[in-house]
Design a protein around this ligand. Sequence first.
Ligand SMILES: *[C@@H]1O[C@H](CO)[C@@H](O)[C@H](O)[C@H]1NC(C)=O
Ligand SMILES: *[C@@H]1O[C@H](CO)[C@@H](O)[C@H](O)[C@H]1NC(C)=O
Ligand SMILES: *[C@@H]1O[C@H](CO)[C@@H](O)[C@H](O)[C@H]1NC(C)=O
Length: 177
Amino acid sequence: MKSFVALFTLVASAAAQDYFSVMVLRSASPIHYSTLTARGGKFYLGGAGPSSYCPPEVGDACPSGNNTVFAGGDETLSLAVVVPGGQQVYIAPDGTMAYTAPHSAYMPYGSIVDGWSKTKGENYYYLNFKDGLVGCPPTVQNQGYQVFGKIAGFNSTGCLGFSSLALNTTGVGAWEY
Ligand SMILES: *[C@@H]1O[C@H](CO)[C@@H](O)[C@H](O)[C@H]1NC(C)=O
Ligand SMILES: *[C@@H]1O[C@H](CO)[C@@H](O)[C@H](O)[C@H]1NC(C)=O
Ligand SMILES: *[C@@H]1O[C@H](CO)[C@@H](O)[C@H](O)[C@H]1NC(C)=O
């Protein structure tokens, strides 16, 4: 327990200035002001909250797990988690924006991990993926629009482009998503 708490404190203080959540802008659309949400290994705009897990032995020392927080965005992008090894964000070969499972670096062959950047706007930072991101309409109720990278070969018919505001947060978001 003690070592878990120490680890959490260490990780949380290491790069606090680099943590951010993402709010999406696409005026006059259902995704305007929605939150980029990690759920079940993929990303959605709105719908239910994120999926997250806190080991019982860590208990109260876990972050709340009800916000999706990112780290990096300088070429690569990660989820801001405590779990050792972290969780990397990638674009799968079919365009799915996804993240690695805890304790695993596995991603499908041909996945793209780079191409992320943050640019400064007038008042905010924006998160960008080199090929652009789109949200495609939900196929299941309360799922939210699912996010895909607009990579070559991805059919984005019916999907919406958007811009992504990176909003600083004070700490990591979850033990793991
Ligand atoms: C957000 O964090 C960045 C560094 O990642 C910093 O440059 C910027 O000033 C912060 N913005 C606010 C509003 O705190
Ligand atoms: C988020 O987590 C905190 C701490 O666990 C809890 O108090 C709060 O009610 C949660 N908020 C939502 C919207 O679930
Ligand atoms: C893309 O998807 C739309 C709608 O599902 C379909 O009508 C169209 O033929 C597809 N385009 C390509 C190039 O596959």
